[in-house]
Design a protein around this ligand. Structure first.
Ligand code: OVV
Length: 406
């Protein structure tokens, strides 16, 4: 009998069938016993609840991510198969695309979010982080989610994109819909899509060229039209990708890092003693909490994966978070260790679809953790953290803390 109480059964294929629902509230509340069950059941499992294959070990998650011709994205990276069902919004031109179409759009966003551009925004991002921490030190007690993990990215990213001030309250709710929509047709997804119209209307309008300030990421995307790299019709949809994936992800990444450093004071003191560890402390939080928990792929042909035969047109659920704690790959996987060699974690994915905004995320994480570690001696959790439930994103809704100045 498994940790979650669900026995595995194995049909003639030899692939273990599990009756766990990785999109249920009780799973989100504590996914770790089920992650272990999924990893231990076999290299490839079948989830009867949603009729999908699953991979939870590092080796298979990495293999699926790095064979995009067999495990495609153009049929959607959620449960819904775009070949069989109409997508809830026009598909993303980068996330929900395969080569060769993906190659061109990826190159554009890669340039817009390049190391050179990070150098240009770094001072602004740093000043905003320093300012935020100074404000929080005056409050002493605050909510580390709303007042820090949300407030900081909201103070820099919409400006960096070039969005006008009005309507920004739609950004996090819109992203919440996007990430819920990757999940199965459960209550979370259905409610999110049902209430999405005002958020969608806002996002669609802000993606237009005339609504994006010169010099911002959005205007830079539209400028590629003039170079003939993308069409005028494609540019707004690529801006939409940044609005979809650029904010709620870093909110949950920074939230994860603060939650880790508050829970593991020895790691916090280590960071205070060596600020050059800030970037890896953030990276390790992305491994440890995996703000993006899962993505799907769809098979383009019959394929053998670690001895399991998967037919064409099957959905494969990749448990990024379980791979990031697979003891086959990681020493002490359940320890948050800011000096760990984090490279190879799949919190940002791997291969041709690996997070195109990873440099923005790391920059935000690094400068915020540096600002905190410079000025704060202690972070104390002063109340019960509340979880935020989403089909794809893992993070908290509230985290009451008190900080003590250094
Ligand atoms: C990685 C990601 C998440 C959500 C949306 C998108 C990308 C997009 O391209 O719209």
């Amino acid at each position: 009998m498994s940790a979650s109480g669900s026995p595995a059964t194995s049909g003639p294929s030899g692939i273990p069938h599990l009756d766990v629902d990785p999109f249920a509230m009780n799973f989100f509340a504590d996914p770790y016993p089920t992650h272990e069950l999924l990893r231990e059941a076999g290299p490839v499992v079948y989830l009867d609840k949603w009729n999908v294959y699953g991979v939870a070990r590092y080796a298979e998650v990495h293999a699926v991510l790095n064979d995009p011709a067999t495990f495609c994205s153009s049929r959607g990276v959620g449960l819904s198969d775009f070949k069989k069902e109409t997508p809830w919004r026009p598909p993303s031109l980068i996330l929900e695309a395969d080569p060769p179409a993906h190659t061109r759009t990826r190159a554009v966003l890669s340039k817009v979010l390049s190391p050179t551009v990070m150098k240009q925004v770094r001072d602004r991002f740093t000043a905003a982080a320093d300012e935020r921490v100074d404000m929080l030190l005056e409050q002493r007690s605050f909510d580390a989610i709303s007042d820090l993990a949300e407030a900081y990215p909201l103070s820099i990213f919409p400006d960096a994109l070039g969005l006008k001030p009005e309507g920004r309250e739609h950004l996090i709710p819109y992203a919440s819909v996007v990430f819920n929509a990757f999940g199965p047709p459960n209550q979370l997804r259905q409610d999110a899509i049902e209430r999405s119209a005002p958020h969608q209307a806002y996002v669609t309008e802000q993606c237009q060229r005339e609504n994006l300030a010169p010099g911002g990421f959005g205007a830079c995307i539209h400028a590629r039209v003039d170079e003939g790299e993308i069409t005028a019709a494609e540019a707004p949809l690529l801006v939409r990708s940044l609005l979809s994936a650029g904010l709620d992800t870093t909110v949950n990444g920074i939230g994860a890092a603060v939650y880790c450093l508050a829970r593991f004071p020895d790691q916090w003191q280590r960071l205070r003693g060596d600020l050059t560890l800030a970037r890896n402390a953030f990276e390790e939080a992305v491994r440890f909490e995996s703000p993006v928990q899962t993505f799907f792929r769809t098979t383009t042909r019959e394929v053998e994966l670690s001895g399991a035969t998967i037919g064409e047109g099957e959905k494969v659920l990749m448990f990024l978070a379980a791979a990031n704690r697979d003891p086959r790959r990681w020493d002490k996987p359940d320890s948050y260790d800011i000096t760990r060699r984090t490279s190879g974690h799949v919190g940002f994915g791997s291969g041709i679809h690996m997070c195109v905004g990873q440099l923005v995320a790391r920059l935000e994480g690094e400068v915020m953790l540096t600002a905190l570690a410079r000025r704060v001696a202690r972070i104390e959790i002063t109340g019960e953290p509340n979880r935020r439930f989403n089909n794809t994103l893992r993070g908290l809704d509230s985290l009451p803390v008190t900080i003590t100045p250094a």
